[in-house]
Design a protein around this ligand. Structure first.
Ligand code: FAD
Length: 463
């Protein structure tokens, strides 16, 4: 039984194979026809590429880049793929024929004509491998021409031209997005004052001494100073030649928020720290910070065009330091700033200010001081890259010595230089829960509820 099966099976298989071979042969001729039309299309593309390349070469002719400037050789149209019979070999049928044709293409010597897509791929590889001077086609040539034009514009052809000795010219990279053009013709310097504050959600007052218990309380960057930093960062986004400096007066721990500020947008940070500054009230603090601004100008060899502060510190809450600094430095000021923008006149700044009945747009002459309150947008976070750089950043510490501040009036700093006398510090009593008059039944009309409210106010002697 098994013998019959084994003897008849090949015969049936042979018949099936013959059918299949015929079908495959038909399919192969279809595919060959398709390949021929692909080849024709490829030839047209090659012609178009060649024409494009010739144009580009013309455009790039004066450029020093040899790859782009070299004479262009028009690409030869890839000949149509020959039919199987034209290869001079016995025709192969079906898939075998296709595979053989493909293998033939792969093995073809470089001079032998390549067919269809293979020809295009080979030409593309040829372009990549081309030594300098060899013609570049299409987009590559356009990119090279554009790179060459850039080099010419830089007026340094010797330094910027690709070296002819290099075996493979680096593939021209896509041009980076152009940086925003600055409206300021000279560098603009902003100083942002930042204060380290205890996280007010965890703040406690020592009932004995009436002072803040700072021990164990996490410290953060004052929220409003984050808004001032964001305003500076936005100016820098539009004007790359803006330099942002940050300064904080406080103990060594304040370096943490200075680093945070660098992570956000600051270029350089200064800490003003010393025993002589301890016990300073807002007037003394603003005086020290004003002196520090002048000191930084001296160290950096610059002048600040703008000083930005938060509207207020979330621990002290006085909102006095900014305006006082403006007075010490004799600067015009805008408080309650939301955002600022450069103007066409680079000696002035436009500040959007929160007003009682809306927003005001104020034009202020530089140099100036602006304090910032909460805008409608969220301030940016430090990026990981900037954060890592900030961790390594050096914070310059300015001490309280005579050498550091030879012109500082010592009678105006520290506890002795502070006219503010604190009589009492206390935690305000928590408000007791109020009474709500809500509709509980249909009888509770607005008039009835208003009547209940009136009675309650009278009973508690408010009315
Ligand atoms: P605001 O005026 O509300 O702050 C407005 C903006 O000014 C801030 O957003 C920020 O941009 C800027 N700014 C404020 N302070 C600083 C700063 N330090 N660095 C950078 N920018 C700043 N505080 C102490 O830390 N140590 C003391 O020993 C001390 N002694 C004091 C003694 C007295 C008698 C008094 C009245 C206060 C004392 N303080 C002390 C508190 C200190 O005076 C205030 O914290 C400081 O003047 C800032 O005031 P403020 O918090 O109300 O800030």
């Amino acid at each position: 039984m098994s013998k019959i099966e084994t003897s008849t099976a090949p015969a049936a298989n042979n018949a099936n194979n013959a059918d299949a071979a015929q079908t495959l042969s038909l399919a192969a001729s279809d595919l060959a026809a398709a390949a021929a039309s692909i080849a024709q299309a490829a030839a047209k593309i090659a012609q178009a590429v060649s024409a494009l390349s010739a144009d580009t070469d013309k455009a790039a002719a004066p450029a020093p880049a040899p790859a782009a400037a070299a004479p262009s050789k028009p690409a030869e149209p890839a000949p149509a793929a020959p039919k199987a019979a034209e290869t001079g070999k016995a025709p192969l049928k079906g898939l075998a024929a296709l595979k053989a044709a493909s293998a033939e293409k792969k093995d073809a010597a470089s001079g032998a004509p390549l067919k269809g897509l293979a020809a295009l791929k080979a030409k593309s590889a040829e372009k990549k491998d081309a030594a300098p001077g060899a013609p570049l086609k299409g987009l590559a040539a356009l990119k090279a021409a554009s790179a060459a034009k850039k080099d010419t514009a830089a007026e340094a052809p010797a330094a910027s031209a690709p070296k002819p000795a290099a075996p493979k010219p680096a593939a021209p990279k896509p041009a980076a997005a152009p940086a925003a053009a600055s409206k300021f013709s000279k560098p603009l310097n902003i100083l942002v004052c930042v204060k380290q504050v205890p996280d007010t959600t965890e703040i406690k007052i020592d009932p004995e001494t009436n002072t803040l218990i700072r021990k164990g309380v996490p410290s953060i960057l004052n929220t409003f100073d984050g808004f001032a930093l964001e305003a500076a960062a936005r100016l820098k986004d539009n004007n790359p030649n803006v330099n942002i400096y940050v300064v904080s007066m406080g103990p060594d721990q304040a370096k943490a928020i200075l680093k945070e500020a660098i992570g956000i947008c600051a270029d350089k940070a200064y800490l003003v720290s010393g025993r002589a500054f301890a016990g300073s009230d807002t007037l003394a603090t603003s005086y020290i910070l004003s002196q520090a601004a002048k000191k930084i100008e001296q160290l950096e060899g610059i002048k600040f065009d703008m000083i930005f502060c938060g509207k207020q510190a979330i621990d002290g809450d006085t909102a006095q330091v900014g305006p006082e600094m403006a007075e010490h430095l004799d600067l015009p000021q805008v408080t309650y700033g939301l955002e600022c923008k450069e103007t066409d006149d680079e000696t002035a700044l436009l500040v959007e200010q929160e007003g009682e009945e809306g927003k005001n747009i104020i034009q202020i002459t530089l140099p100036c001081l602006v304090t910032f309150t909460k805008p409608s947008f969220d301030p940016r976070f430090p990026t990981i890259k900037r954060k890592m750089a900030a961790n390594k950043a050096e914070i310059t510490v300015i001490g309280d010595s005579e050498e550091e501040f030879p012109d500082m009036d010592r009678a105006r700093i520290g506890l002795n230089g502070s006219p503010t006398k604190v009589k009492k510090t206390y935690t305000p009593e928590k408000k007791k829960g109020g009474i709500r008059f809500v509709k509980e039944s249909d009888d509770d009309t607005p008039a009835v509820l208003a009547g209940k409210l009136f009675t309650a106010l009278k009973d508690s002697h408010v009315l």
